[in-house]
Write a protein that binds this ligand. Structure first.
Ligand code: IMP
Ligand code: MG
Length: 191
């Protein structure tokens, strides 16, 4: 197993700085309005909490939880496990995503939310990975473009784990994630 089977991709400090910039941009664009940040569970959990606190101005938050149908093949068919608590008709909605990959999930969500008649609907994605894009999606607020590697940390999981890491790690050997010794060594080496 090589050293970079799992490696540091974005440090907590790099993420923090970029989230500040995104928050400032959103606060400026939405001055005088009261947007609702819609987080897609569970991956957006950490990003949402940090981003919301960097937006100076009134806002509300709401969450959706979705799952891809069936065998995980990229059908683009998504099932809503938990819908929004509040109507978004006439609201300025910002959809907050952890990562935009194929674009299928986001496309489904955009279509679903648009049908409810929001005043505006924009996307804020922490990470963007173009390599596997199937459908182009308009991401107004983008944190980072990342290479074609699986990522964990800062809300992003592998089989439910690693969401609590402060840094974002890139994984080039998925087997390494299932090797406790490798994982322990990597986690112990983080700044
Ligand atoms: P898409 O429909 O392919 O764009 O899928 C996006 C969703 O898949 C994200 O919201 C994540 O929850 C999940 N996902 C995609 N890539 C990764 C990754 O590298 N690590 C962890 N989760 C991922
Ligand atoms: Mg996920």
């Amino acid at each position: 197993m090589t050293d970079d089977a799992i490696g540091l991709l974005l440090t907590a400090e790099q993420i923090r700085q970029r989230v500040v910039e995104l928050g400032v941009a959103i606060a400026k664009d939405y001055a005088g309005r009261e947007p609702v940040l819609v987080g897609v569970l569970k991956g957006s959990l950490v990003f949402m909490a940090d981003l919301a606190r960097q937006i100076d101005g009134p806002l509300s938050v709401d969450f959706m939880s979705i799952t891809s149908y069936g065998d995980g093949s990229h059908s683009g068919v998504v099932r809503i496990l938990k819908d929004l608590d509040e109507p978004i008709t006439g609201r300025d909605v910002i959809l907050v995503e952890d990562i935009i990959d194929t674009g299928l999930t986001l496309t489904y969500l955009i279509n679903t939310l648009r049908a409810r008649g929001p005043a505006t609907l924009e996307i804020c994605g922490l990470l963007n990975r173009d390599a596997r894009r199937i459908i182009e999606v308009p991401v107004k607020y983008k944190g980072f473009d990342i290479p074609d590697r699986f990522v964990i940390g800062y809300g992003l999981d592998h089989e439910g784990r690693f969401r609590n890491l402060s840094h974002i790690l890139g994984v080039s050997d998925m087997d390494a994630l299932r090797d406790p010794d490798v994982v322990d060594t990597v986690l112990a080496s983080l700044p």
